[in-house]
Write a protein that binds this ligand. Structure first.
Ligand code: NAP
Length: 382
């Protein structure tokens, strides 16, 4: 079997876990691009990285290369996997683009592939026909409790992994990608027909923003107040947040239906958020009667803290962090994209817009967003 050279960009939780899992496979070389000198230092000391598995066992791996140098990380890669959050992807792509091989196919993808990674990669990697752009709908497993360069804890895994390619990719490239990803993840990889199936699948962008709006937005019980202690995202989700989430989920489904009809594409694989959560977590949800009860009684969501920081000016307590990923990633790269897609189809999404406008004000304006790469003429060809 040919050696498969994998480059993982981003030394966070997802990056560490995937790197260790890949190194359990025969003939797979893994290089990791990180900005974290600590991770490089541990590698140079030959410290293995451990993945602590849900059944209590431990997997261990010595990666082939761990580096802060983009060229060294990706120059010979067959497949590149970007695991940085959506708002950091433009910079990552910029740093690696010039160093990717030009004389063999290189499969460059994002995990997770939401926030229109296909459009970003198309813009950042123009005129590079040997690059095959892909994204995975979700992370294959949750990953938490990272000790950089040392260990990562693996949570629940998905039974099916859905992958899509940019519309420009040929059938042969898609098939080759399917084979590569099956080698890395096993037979659970399914290729979707259209990247929009990933982009329109509801997830964190509507989940995080609606809950924050329900807590501290203009009608929330914590509006302009300080939380006495950190709060759990889901087990302590407010009724108002669940209400907005359900409304935003409905609008997102409507957008999907309109796009499907007008563009004549089959998006029937895109389910409502409620259905996505029930399908993903099944028996772990004690009460499936409403969005609120699903969020509050999903055991997999227990103990996940909302992004909070100590209040300023020596005040006791906590506030929702303005610089958190719930804003920088989910609002700027997720909600913004949904609203712009709806606008292009003249579809009204008032709940999503209300939450977006408030969120942008709370984060004190957008510095960058998915609009930086969303094709200007979409859904029409340029
Ligand atoms: N962890 C999970 O279970 C989980 C579950 C669902 C979805 N996700 C999604 O998976 C993606 C990666 O999540 P993660 O949990 O692996 O994140 P993470 O642990 O925070 O790792 C992200 C890594 O990206 C790199 N990075 C580069 N620029 C960054 C920036 N501006 N801000 C933050 N990180 C930056 C950093 O690595 P270097 O220091 O090496 O550059 C960082 O460690 C996100 O889109 C997240 O929403 C994760």
């Amino acid at each position: 079997m040919n050696v498969l050279k994998v480059a993982i960009c981003g030394g966070g939780r997802t990056g560490h876990l995937n790197a260790v899992l890949f190194k359990q496979l025969p003939d797979v070389q893994v290089s990791l691009l990180t900005r974290n000198a600590q991770v490089v230092e541990q590698h140079l000391r030959r410290t293995p990285i451990q993945a602590l598995m849900p059944d209590g066992s431990t997997l261990s791996a010595q990666l082939d290369r761990v580096t802060t140098d983009a060229k060294a990380a990706v120059e010979d890669a067959d497949i590149v996997i970007i695991t940085v959050p959506a708002h950091a992807r433009p910079q990552t792509l910029q740093s690696i683009a010039a160093h990717l091989s030009t004389d063999k196919p290189v499969y460059i993808g994002a995990i997770p592939g939401f926030c229109g990674f296909d459009w970003l990669a198309e813009a950042a990697l123009a005129q590079r026909p040997n690059l095959v752009i892909w994204g995975m709908k979700d992370v294959p497993h949750t990953a938490f409790d990272l000790k950089p360069g040392r260990s990562i804890r693996m949570g629940g895994g998905k039974s099916q992994l859905y992958v899509a390619t940019h519309a420009r990719e040929s059938q042969a490239s898609r098939q080759q990608l399917g084979e590569l990803l099956s080698r890395l993840y096993g037979p659970c990889v399914t290729l979707l027909d259209n990247y929009l199936e990933i982009t329109l699948t509801p997830g964190n962008p509507i989940m995080h923003s609606s809950v924050i709006y329900g807590l501290i937005g203009p009608y929330g019980q914590w509006h302009r107040k300080i939380f006495p202690q950190p709060l759990c995202w889901w087990t302590e989700c407010p009724e108002l947040g669940a209400y907005f989430l359900e409304r935003m989920d409905e609008e997102s489904q409507r957008l999907c239906a309109v796009i499907s009809e007008r563009l004549g594409v089959d998006l029937s694989s895109v389910k409502s958020l409620k259905q996505e959560i029930v399908d993903a977590y099944g028996e772990q949800i004690r009460d499936r009667s409403s969005m609120l009860s699903i969020l509050r009684t999903n055991q997999a969501y227990n103990d996940i803290l909302a992004p909070m920081v100590p209040a300023d000016n020596n005040r006791a307590g906590y506030v929702i962090e303005r610089q958190s990923r719930a804003f920088n990633e989910d609002v700027a790269y997720g909600l913004v994209l949904l609203v712009e897609m709806a606008r292009r189809f003249e579809l009204k999404v008032p709940y999503i817009e209300e939450v977006l406008q408030w969120s942008v004000a709370y984060m004190q304006g957008l510095r960058d967003s998915a609009l930086d790469y969303f094709p200007r003429h979409w859904p029409h060809a340029a």
